[in-house]
Design a protein around this ligand. Structure first.
Ligand SMILES: [Zn+2]
Ligand SMILES: [Zn+2]
Length: 798
């Protein structure tokens, strides 16, 4: 189906009320259970009507699930039961009561169930019961975003338990209010960043609160992954250590999206033994889950490869179509700029086809200023907005469920996120539609052609590595600055790993070692950004007005707000006039060009040390430490929708150094020759195999392809052989490369599958081309990559 989008009065889109439905405040209610269950399929049919070739590769019926409720545990006070019943919660679901009772008995517990399964009640029951039973007891609630904490606060305040005095404490809290919170609140809602910067360093002012701390709630704990997760793991250990110094040993209650081995991940995050509750007993509506591969555009891209319509362009059209159907719909888009583009182009479709609803579509993403976020949240809550394009910020931040449709523009990085996002659609007795639109890359293409990989396999484990020395070193400094470190503290911070890191901190003059322990030497506190991206964020400022539009993190600024970049904010696009790295400012002016920009970089890699290896003769597989030198050197201008490359402009940005972890394999020349790969074809085969492997690793580790990088070479100076590297894109590593090493066979087997099964002839973005290739996707040899991967697999498991 072409543009503009469908009109509600067109014959292909009959009025929904004809099937006996009535529209109430923008939500279609249904008259019978059968019709309700079909709702998702109906929406899909309407969207597909008139589409020339069907882009849907598979529709999975996710059946409705009846709920299982139980009696209120007898330890929950009557007052609390009354308030919850008054709020419409007649009885708890089985999983809520199970997790709550474990926590009440003093066992740390993680509840890992689907979106909208009521995980909040699992921690509210023990926490509020404890605070009601002991008028001096306190509890701490941690959320990854301010928006989520604000949501929790609203929910808690609606229970009108005034003696608890729940209050948020974050970057938006005014100084006077902070004093009040410290002095009076018994349930403080905050985030790990604030705990790290604002609470732990001034723990003496929090002494009364910490001394009586009974519970620590860690909400959405699966988001603490990679380097950030490793930092949060230490922030929680620092909290536990300070509490212990005041005589408190709080119980942890964690809530997670569905994930593999949640107890193990929660244990790594908190450093405590954690019990798990994973069986979801909440009811769910039937969902039609469609896998969608955008059609080819007919335009040829880099090196003559066929180009598909972008997932963003498809998502924008789907969002517009759904809004026209009066369906409340949410499109999840990977990047900030993607969400802006999707909202903008959905509005353009609607301006042409259904102008009366065009202003009911908006973009929502993290990085907005607080007042902008609140305005958008309010519009969503009141239903003034029907269609929203969001980044992962909304995956967590806002209490939105029971939507009619969810569109996923591209794989959200993990299956856990995919189910989390999909779970926003549907409610009991009302069917819903979920559409996963593939981007033009190997992983997405693999998924839409292998439904089993989406619906038939367990979600991945949350990966974090508290032993990363680049995380541990600064965290030990923070801990020592709070309270001198003693020998007895070391087991909490990794034991031997901490012992290995401490002498270096002493040598660098950061810590002083005395008989009583390790002391922080500076008057000022250690300056550490636990988001782990290095350096202060770059402010994006409008030239002329001086208005701050938002921020971009330092590492990403080279590729997103370099001179000449097109940067989008709130649906408005800006051109970057200048990036001043010294002042941390990007100057921009409003401009709406017909193209987007993408940065190019070069990468050089050296092996520092090998930590683990497998020597299989012709093949060796390694995991270890590497030095990566990276420089953003130019950018491409690409035409919207088609992705056609217009030109390339050089940039003058400094090189950056990264010491990190990598997984790599080497192959002997003789084996390559026997596998039928001519020496001249080796660089292209290895390069293509590297790109595809980067694309598929996210299926095994909780990373996405932008968290990792790769380098391949026919002769690497450090190995003397053909070598393919895949490395963690963060200093010290994040655990992704380690996971690649551990799951090498499964990972490289799906990589081989993805390349071999792609319908293109010589390579395309769905298999071996990469959007972030520093070499302009040259050379690439698709057939050679299949032979090379066959060779690797034959050695890994002969
Ligand atoms: Zn292909
Ligand atoms: Zn490349």
């Amino acid at each position: 189906m072409g543009l503009p989008g469908p009109r509600p009065e067109s014959p292909a889109y009959p009025d929904l009320t004809k099937d006996g439905r009535a529209t109430v405040s923008g939500v279609v209610r249904t008259s019978s259970p059968e019709v309700a269950a079909r709702r998702g399929h109906d929406l899909l049919d309407r969207i597909l009507a008139g589409t020339p070739s069907c882009p849907v590769t598979h529709v999975e019926d996710v059946p409705a699930r009846p709920g299982r409720s139980v009696d209120w545990p007898e330890w929950v006070p009557e007052l609390l039961v009354d308030r919850l019943v008054a709020r419409g919660i007649a009885r708890p679901w089985e999983h809520q009561a199970a997790a709550a009772s474990l926590a009440w008995s003093g066992r740390s517990v993680v509840v890992a169930t689907g979106t909208a399964s009521g995980k909040s009640l699992a921690y509210q029951l023990p926490v509020l019961s404890a605070l009601l039973a002991d008028e001096k007891a306190t509890a701490l609630y941690l959320a990854p975003t301010k928006a989520l904490a604000a949501d929790q606060l609203r929910s808690l305040r609606s229970l009108v338990l005034s003696s608890i005095r729940a209050a948020s404490f974050d970057g938006d809290t005014e100084p006077l209010e902070r004093d009040w919170v410290r002095a009076h609140s018994r349930l403080v809602l905050t985030n790990p960043d604030m705990l790290h910067r604002g609470i732990l360093p001034s723990h003496t002012r929090w002494a009364a609160f910490l001394r009586r701390l009974q519970y620590v709630v860690v909400d959405e704990c699966h988001t603490y992954r990679g380097v950030f997760g490793s930092h949060v793991a230490h922030v929680l250990r620092r909290l536990r250590r300070l509490c212990a110094s005041y005589g408190a040993h709080p119980t942890f209650v964690l809530a997670s999206a569905t994930a593999a081995t949640p107890a193990e991940s929660a244990g790594r995050l908190t450093g405590l033994p954690v019990a798990e509750v994973t069986e979801d007993a909440s009811p769910r509506g039937a969902t039609a889950f469609a896998l969608w591969e955008p059609p080819l555009t007919g335009v040829l891209g880099e090196h003559g490869a066929p180009v598909r319509r972008s997932a963003g362009a498809e998502a924008a059209r789907l969002l517009a179509d759904l809004v026209v159907q009066d369906a409340r719909a949410l499109a999840f888009v990977r990047s900030r700029r993607g969400a802006e583009v999707v909202a903008l182009s959905a509005r353009r479709h609607l301006a042409a086809s259904a102008p009366e609803v065009a202003d009911r579509v908006a973009a929502y993403r993290a990085g907005y200023l607080p007042e902008e976020r609140r305005a958008l949240e309010a519009a969503l809550a009141t239903g003034r907005l029907l269609g929203v394009a969001a980044t992962n910020a909304l995956e967590l931040g806002v209490d939105i469920a029971g939507l009619d449709a969810v569109v996923l523009a591209g794989f959200p990085g993990t299956l856990a996120s995919l189910w989390q996002q999909a779970g926003r659609a549907g409610r009991e007795g009302l069917g819903a539609l979920v559409v996963f639109v593939a981007r033009d890359d190997p992983l997405d293409t693999y998924l839409v052609h292998h439904p089993d990989a989406v619906f038939g396999r367990p979600v991945e484990a949350t990966v974090l590595d508290p032993e990363n020395p680049y995380v541990l070193g600064p965290q030990l400094c923070c801990a020592a600055a709070e309270l001198a470190l003693t020998e007895a503290d070391l087991p909490l911070f990794g034991g031997q790993v901490a012992e290995a890191v401490l002498p270096d901190l002493v040598r660098r003059g950061l810590l002083r070692h005395r008989p009583t322990g390790w002391y922080w030497t500076d008057r000022r506190r250690p300056d550490l950004d636990i988001r782990g991206t290095g350096g202060e964020p770059v402010r994006v400022v409008e030239t002329g007005t001086g208005r701050v539009l938002g921020t971009v993190d330092a590492w990403a600024s080279h590729s997103t707000v370099h001179q000449g970049a097109v940067y989008l904010h709130q649906g408005v696009s800006y051109a970057v006039d200048d990036l001043d790295l010294a002042d941390g400012v990007a100057l921009v002016h409003e401009d709406t060009p017909d193209w987007s920009t993408s940065a190019r970089d070069t990468t050089d890699i050296r092996v520092v040390s090998t930590l683990r290896s497998r020597d299989l003769g012709d093949l060796t597989l390694h995991y270890g430490t590497v030095d990566v030198a990276n420089q953003v050197v130019s950018y491409l201008r690409r035409r919207h929708l088609t992705g056609e490359v217009l030109d390339e402009t050089p940039l003058d940005l400094p090189a950056r150094q990264l010491r990190t972890r990598a997984v790599w394999y080497t192959l002997s020349d003789a084996a390559l020759a026997r596998a039928g790969i001519e020496p001249a074809d080796v660089p292209g085969a290895a390069h293509a195999a590297e790109h595809a492997a980067i694309g598929l690793l996210p299926l095994f580790a909780t990373c996405d392809r932008w968290d990792i990088g790769g380098v391949s070479t026919a002769l690497h100076p450090d190995t003397g052989r053909t070598t393919v590297f895949v490395y963690d894109g963060q200093p010290g590593g994040a655990g992704f490369a380690a996971r690649g090493y551990d799951t090498a066979e499964g990972w490289l087997r799906s990589t081989r599958e993805a390349v071999a099964s792609c319908e293109c002839e010589t390579g395309c973005p769905s298999c071996v081309q990469s959007p972030k290739c520093g070499n302009g996707n040259e050379p690439l040899d698709k057939a050679g990559a299949v032979r090379l991967l066959d060779l690797v697999l034959s050695r890994l498991r002969p």
